[in-house]
Design a binder for this molecule. Structure first.
Ligand code: UGA
Length: 432
């Protein structure tokens, strides 16, 4: 049995490599030649713990290959997994051009009956349109079914999430096709939920929107804590201990970023517009997040008056730890604002500095480590909770900074300990 995976981003690559790992024969296709070259040499172009090792193992045993030749990828494939990006268009809706490109490539090269599985996050109704398009463009004697199989893995823990998925959602309008895809996943031994196609498409958006809602909700409660003299750590713990609420995704901070929540919440909002439904909660979630991303900047402005000429250090650039991804990262927005203020900025991230330099160039100083970023600073902003940053010794701030003031967007330190270390410590949702 042969599987072809289209798209070698986080989802496609992790899926392809994990399928090879459990024993399938997998060919991954991508239109980017340099990416295919890199992957064929056993190098992983994305920062994903454990992935490169697994990739090399399966290249070596011959179960995994990479190509940018559409014909080679499609030849004799039984299953096509589509995992191309669906980035945000200017109006917030999902851009389906890569999906359309992949479908055209498959339609041109299909040489046997096949099942097409769409993993990309796509607006409800897309699978049906893909099916119609394929039918109109492939030889009449070929049968192709389209199945929705949304992905729930997180960047930075993709392999773990694949092998320990809470559920695998398979949306098919015909039971037999759904069962065939379910059988593919059997070796993972995870719960499988079979639904119709439209429900599967919506599950993906609903899951991301719900998680984003949890984050915006707890951020609002954190802001309330500041007004009311309560502590968000205790409040989050106290509500999270109720199993109906659950303790995950209740870390207050500087708002959600990344390539998924911001894009998918906006795409869902766009979808609701198309059916004239006013999804009030979703609109608020998006608005609260955009306000939350600016919170630390305004707290600093309030304290300093002007940040003009101030030496500031930004610790953490990635949208979360264990990734070098800076898409929609709160740090990027903060840096842009600090530059507007003409602050003198040094930055440090264990993995993401190389992604930031093409954006801000020489207007920032890219420090080799946290010490170098902090040295001589008037203020430090903590933007990503990398272990190296959360475990950074409080005493060093006092030693290295001009004035030890920390604006901590991730609540890394205990307030009393920070104050005992002689630091002016401003965090989120806690007593100053
Ligand atoms: C998210 C979902 O968690 C995955 O299930 C989904 O498959 C993926 O989007 C996707 O659609 O592809 P990811 O974007 O990798 O995964 O990152 P998360 O770990 O979910 O974090 C997203 C953002 O929320 C980060 O900026 C993080 O800092 C923030 N966050 C998360 C909080 O501010 N508080 C929390 O309690 C949790």
């Amino acid at each position: 049995m042969k599987i072809a995976v289209f798209g070698t981003g986080y989802v496609g690559l992790v899926t392809g490599v994990c399928f090879a790992e459990i024993g399938y024969n997998v060919t991954c296709f991508d239109i980017e030649e340099t990416k295919i070259d890199t992957l064929s040499q056993g190098k992983c172009p994305i920062f994903e713990p454990g992935l490169e090792e697994m990739l090399r193992r399966n290249l070596a045993n011959g179960r995994l290959s990479f190509t940018n030749d559409g014909k080679a990828a499609c030849r004799n494939a039984d299953y096509f997994f589509i995992a191309v990006g669906t980035p945000e268009k200017e109006d917030g809706s999902a851009n389906l051009e890569y999906l359309e490109g992949a479908i055209a490539e498959i339609a041109n090269n299909l040489n046997k009956d096949a099942i097409l599985v769409i993993k990309s996050t796509v607006p409800v109704g897309t699978n049906e349109r893909v099916k119609d398009k394929l039918k109109a463009n492939i030889p009449r004697e070929l049968r192709v079914s389209v199945v929705s199989n949304p992905e729930f893995l997180r960047e930075g823990s993709g392999i773990l999430d694949t092998f320990h998925a809470d559920r695998i959602v398979i949306g098919a309008d015909d039971q037999e096709t759904g069962r065939a895809v379910a059988r593919l996943y059997e070796p993972f031994d995870r719960p499988i939920l079979q639904t119709d196609v439209r429900s599967a498409e919506l599950i993906k958006y609903a899951a991301n929107a719900f998680l984003a809602t949890k984050i915006s909700f707890i951020n609002e409660i954190a802001n309330l804590c500041e007004h009311m003299g309560a502590d968000i750590g205790d409040v989050a713990k106290g509500i999270g201990m109720d199993h109906r609420i659950g303790s995950q995704f209740l870390n207050a901070g500087i708002g959600y970023g990344g390539s998924c929540f911001p894009k998918d919440t906006k795409a869902l909002e766009k979808l609701t517009e198309s059916c004239n439904y006013d999804f009030k909660i979703l609109r608020s979630v998006i608005e609260v997040n955009s306000r939350q991303k600016q919170q630390l900047f305004y707290k600093a402005k309030e304290l300093f008056g002007s940040l003009h000429g101030k030496r500031v250090a930004v610790l953490g650039l990635a949208f979360k730890p264990h990734t070098d991804d800076i898409r929609e990262a709160p740090a990027m927005e903060l840096i842009a604002r600090l530059l507007d203020e003409q602050a003198d900025i040094s930055v440090y991230d264990p993995a993401a500095s190389g992604k930031v330099s093409p954006v801000f160039g020489s207007s920032l100083y890219y420090a080799e480590n946290a010490d170098a970023a902090i040295k001589g600073a008037d203020a430090v902003f903590i933007m990503t909770e990398w272990p190296e940053i959360t475990e950074y010794d409080l005493a060093r701030y006092r030693l290295l900074m001009r004035q030890p003031i920390i604006f901590d967007g991730r609540n890394c330190y205990d307030v009393a300990e920070a104050e005992a270390a002689g630091i002016a410590y401003v965090s989120v949702g806690r007593k100053a």
